[in-house]
Design a protein around this ligand. Sequence first.
Ligand SMILES: *Cc1c(COP(=O)(O)O)cnc(C)c1O
Length: 366
Amino acid sequence: MAVPLLDMKRQYVKIKDEIDRAVINVLEHGRFIFGPEVTALEEKLAAFSGVKYGIGVASGTDALLLSLRAAGVKPGDEVITSDYSFISSTTVISRVGAIPVFVDIDPDTFNINPKLIEKAITKKTRVIMPVHLFGQCADMDPIMAIAKKHNLVIIEDAAQSLGAKYKNRMAGSFEGYGCTSFYPTKNLGGAGDGGMVVTDNADYADRLKMFRNHGWKQKYHPTEIGYNSRLDSIQAAILLVKLKYLNEANEGRRAHAAKYDKAFAGTRVRTPKAKDYSYHIYNQYTIAVENRDELLKGLEARKIGHEVYYPVPFHLLECYPDLPYKKGDFPHSEWAADSVVSIPVYPELTDAEQDEVIEAIKEISG
Ligand SMILES: *Cc1c(COP(=O)(O)O)cnc(C)c1O
């Protein structure tokens, strides 16, 4: 039996009537830009995250980019981020002319290792951008302490972690800019691109609203160079429906993860570690194995959906020939890039399908 890595259609059919009605409603009222659904979603997502403001933008990538601009990051400034994430977590830094400074991960969580951050701070450092990868928050207490001590802004990349918690605090709510994505594969996925920044800071919220709309507060009078980066009303309408089911969906992912954890215990498959501080929502269930080539071939042959998130650590990216890094600099992210595979964990995965995935991996990897 073929098992897809993700199946968007299964989500849709369960709530088709509600989604269809929400979309048609927008088509009928016609306020496609900054419609009432956008404001409603901003309010709901801010409340969900435990903060005051939500600012809808065109993508998760733009959420990060606009946050860097709103934080006043300038060419030549340095921004510290994890060496191991989706490409946007570093390219946004370069796009504002700043210099990305990478820090190795904790191999248990795939998240930035807080113990290595202070060594990376210089006089030019302005921001720390922790990524909450795969659905688990980075270790935020030590990160916040370092940010306070060195007077640095926090921009959280929570694109994969909407609904995840760190010690009962929501991802995205850590006194800075909380960036999330509605890309279809995320836990709250739209029918296209979209993103949001949540924040408790009124000034941050104001600046983000300005940057997403051409850099002006007063129409045609921009005070800074801005962007056209807005969340569409149709996307917001769809997301408002899906938000109602997000906690239930995250619980479904957690149940699948628990079953995988048990099934792979005592095998050579290294399973993801959920820390005590963590409510992990498994945007990805990412295992690590020594014989990855063999595993990839076996999964391919059995038509079991899988993906290597991510095959290249940031310090070895081809688009960064001029950054001062070389192979060997960050052993844990290099290990991850060579060893990981993400396997199906979406809420609608059936028991029979999950059994098939488990059997296949046990057979191939032992
Ligand atoms: C998906 C993702 C992004 C970018 O979000 P888009 O909406 O695709 O632009 C950024 N960071 C991480 C960690 C992501 O997974």
